[in-house]
Design a protein around this ligand. Structure first.
Ligand code: AMP
Length: 250
């Protein structure tokens, strides 16, 4: 079973990003970047399947500027076999539908039987790409996966839902999006990063994939969240209850 994993390069989640002065977006120049945390979980899952003999090959794909190749090197250092960079230079930000169309073309080329994505990218919080991709492929999908077993040509997926979990069974090929509870990704070691440099990284352009992309959404304004009001220090629990009652009465 060939597994394809979509990884997005995003600002490191430990870095506090700053909104640009013109409110056109966040400033990413000079910011430490890394793999989207949900995608790290997806890569870890695919690599474990490779180690267990469930997957025959793990191919990671990213769409974006040439620098996004870093994310693929990290994924390969975790154990992915090779990477595909779909290099875009469109003059506008890639949106989930753009990414889904590019991934669709790569999946058709690669003939993958299972596609793993993160449940959402922590930069735009869209939570759309996996769902759109499944629709374009016409494949079944299981989102927010916190456990996956592959057997007999089917995937059995435990999903995180409000107040509990749900277990689904679906035939392969399929699309699965990973929740953080699926596993704990391994650390990337320097020797493995060095080894990953020798792994194959192919670069493709959207035109080579037969995909034409156009801008269909415009970001009008990005703003900082409102600053939090200053807190109140109370002497004891009784005083806290008085403060809460006063808040409720307001
Ligand atoms: P989103 O729908 O933007 O929240 O992203 C959901 C998932 O789609 C991410 O966790 C990635 O697995 C995948 N994805 C989104 N954008 C990209 C991209 N530019 N390149 C590769 N994968 C992506």
């Amino acid at each position: 079973m060939k597994v394809l994993v979509a990884v997005k390069r995003v600002a490191d989640s430990n870095v506090k990003v700053r909104v640009r002065d013109d409110e056109s977006g966040v400033e990413l120049a000079g910011v430490r970047m890394g793999i989207n945390p949900f995608d790290e979980v997806a890569v870890e899952q695919a690599v474990r399947w490779k180690e267990q003999g469930v997957a025959t090959e793990v191919v990671c794909v990213t769409c974006g500027a040439a620098a996004c190749g870093d994310a693929l090197r990290t994924a390969m250092a975790m154990g992915a076999d090779r990477g595909v960079l779909v290099e875009t230079d469109l003059g506008f930000d890639l949106l989930p539908l753009h990414v889904a169309k590019l991934l669709l073309a790569v999946i058709r080329r690669e003939q993958a039987q299972l596609v793993l994505l993160g449940k959402q990218a922590v930069d735009d919080d869209c939570n759309q790409t996996g769902q759109m991709l499944a629709a374009l492929l016409g494949w079944p999908q299981a989102t927010f996966a916190s456990g996956v077993e592959i057997a007999g040509g089917r995937a059995r997926v435990r999903r995180e839902i409000d107040g509990g979990s749900e277990t689904l069974s679906m035939p392969l090929p399929a699309v699965i999006t990973a929740d953080l509870r699926l596993n704990e990704p391994r650390y990337v070691t320097l020797p493995n990063l060095m080894k990953a440099r020798k792994k194959a990284l192919a670069t493709l352009r959207p035109a080579e994939l037969g995909v034409e992309l156009s801008e269909h959404l415009q970001t009008l304004r990005v703003t900082e969240p409102a600053p939090r009001a200053e807190g109140v220090r109370v002497a004891d629990a009784a005083a806290l209850i008085d403060v809460l009652k006063a808040e409720l009465a307001r």
